[in-house]
Structure formats: structure tokens, C-alpha cells
Design a binder for this molecule. Structure first.
Ligand SMILES: [Zn+2]
Ligand SMILES: [Zn+2]
Length: 88
């Protein structure tokens, strides 16, 4: 599946959005405007989906997890806290 590659104009954060999905409204990290850079074929990475608006996007492997949804105002819960691993 082809993905659209977006890059933040301010902080350079990059996300992939499936072709046909809505463009992101803002950067999931700093809330600046994102620009569509290119198309990308099946990028490896981590999938994220907003459980409030359903917006789904992917971040490149090893990238910082998104702070907010790229489409609504939801703040993502912190990904598994690596310091306090109660459950292993
Ligand atoms: Zn940004
Ligand atoms: Zn959302």
C-alpha cells in the first residue's frame, strides 16, 4: 500500500499516512504544520491509531512516539513506561 510521507516544517518529525486517508492537520509532536514530502511504499515503522477520532498513521522505526493525534486534540497515553516495568 502506498503511504504519503509528511514532514513537520518546524521540528522535522515524519509520519506516514495511508494513501486515501485524510492529511494530518498538524505535527503530532509540536503542533506545527506538516508538508507532504513524497509517496512511500510500505514503510517499516510503528502504527498508531487515535482512539478518539480513529486517525491512523505510522512513525518510522526508532522515532519518538507521537505526543498528540495528528488530526484531533487527543493526547496519546505514554507508551509503555520503560523505567517502571511492573509487568514483564
Ligand atoms: Zn513538529
Ligand atoms: Zn484523533
Amino acid at each position: 500500500m502506498t503511504h504519503k510521507l509528511f514532514e513537520c516544517n518546524a521540528c522535522g518529525y515524519v509520519i506516514f499516512v495511508p494513501d486515501g486517508a485524510r492529511d494530518p492537520d498538524w505535527c503530532p509532536q509540536c503542533r506545527s504544520v506538516m508538508s507532504r514530502v513524497a509517496d512511500h511504499d510500505g514503510p517499516a515503522g510503528d502504527d498508531h491509531a487515535c482512539d478518539e477520532c480513529g486517525y491512523a498513521f505510522r512513525t518510522p522505526q526508532g522515532a519518538q512516539p507521537p505526543y498528540k493525534c495528528a488530526s484531533c486534540n487527543r493526547t496519546f497515553p505514554n507508551e509503555p513506561n520503560k523505567r517502571v516495568g511492573h509487568k514483564l
